[in-house]
Design a protein around this ligand. Structure first.
Ligand code: NAP
Length: 255
């Protein structure tokens, strides 16, 4: 039997990259998938691709920074789709200005990255909390190798702080929601080839080399590399797993 049969899953940032791959993977495992993205057309194209492959999917445009919109979309999903039992908080952005760069740019990075990567996770989780509690659901947050500190690559303090926050939020919610039967975990991807880092990969081979020199598997990841861990954490295979982060980084953090 498919691993996610009878589940309704919501994936944010599902028009592209990792979120798009997770949504398709969940549909292949029998879940009905609701794709949310600030790029509403992209989310609908991804949903259509899932339907064309025989899966169940619908989409809604959603900017996760807009709290009221998150609440409104959660209501529409409840009315039009059903009771959500899996939430994947995946929407995120990255910029790599150091703290000593131009102060105006650093401030803008901080505000934009926190608004999406951290407050967005809060907004969407709170909006879908009621069905997740009722369903004894599962939450999967997308962290990063930057959920932990490392000094090999230039880190934007905003991105590193936001991804530490995602891990902290994951643990705090796991501690509180476990008694309600809700499991909360994170995934820590390494360098995954998506539009998020296309410019870095094209223009900064030195940085890519630093990543690859510290990746035992010796290659960058593909969005599909994150799908297995995401299915595992959302499924009953992980019935005794909560409050943890599954690293899907080719071994980067191990060395
Ligand atoms: P991606 O291909 O750029 O996909 C991210 C999606 O999120 C895009 O469709 C983007 O839309 C959407 N989005 C951006 N802001 C949003 C908002 N305010 N509300 C709703 N959706 C929004 O990036 P990705 O690499 O798949 O990243 C997905 C997650 O994985 C992120 O949390 C990222 O931090 C994390 N991650 C990625 C890597 C990696 O190497 N790729 C490594 C570690 C962690 P637009 O494109 O229209 O802005």
């Amino acid at each position: 039997m498919p691993l996610l049969q009878n589940h309704i899953a919501v994936v944010t940032g599902a028009a592209s990259g990792i979120g798009r791959a997770i949504a398709a993977g969940y549909a292949r495992e029998g879940a009905q998938v609701t794709l949310l993205d600030v790029d509403g057309k992209g989310a609908e194209a991804a949903a259509q691709e899932i339907r064309d492959a025989g899966g169940l999917a619908e989409s809604f445009a959603l900017d996760v920074t807009k709290r009221e919109d998150c609440i409104a979309v959660a209501k529409r999903v409840a009315d039009q789709v059903g009771r959500v039992s899996i939430l994947v908080n995946n929407a995120g952005i990255n910029r790599r200005n150091g703290f000593t760069a131009d102060p105006a740019a650093v401030l803008k990075d901080w505000q934009d990255i926190m608004a999406i990567n951290l407050n967005g996770v809060f907004n969407v989780t709170q909006a879908f909390l009621e069905p997740l509690l009722a369903a004894k659901g599962r939450i999967v947050n997308i962290g990063s190798i930057q959920s932990f500190l490392h000094v090999r690559t230039p880190n934007s303090p905003a991105y590193t702080t936001s991804k530490h926050g995602v891990l902290g939020f994951t643990r705090a919610l796991a501690a509180e929601l476990g008694k309600h039967g809700v499991r909360v975990n994170a995934i820590g991807p390494g360098l995954i080839e998506t539009p998020l880092n296309a410019a870095v990969r094209a223009n900064d081979p030195g940085l890519v080399k630093i990543f690859m020199d510290h990746t035992p598997l010796g290659r960058a990841g593909k969005p599909e590399d994150i799908v297995g861990p995401a299915i595992f954490l959302a499924s009953d295979l992980a019935s005794y797993v909560t409050g943890t982060i599954v690293m899907a980084d080719g071994g980067y953090r191990a060395i």
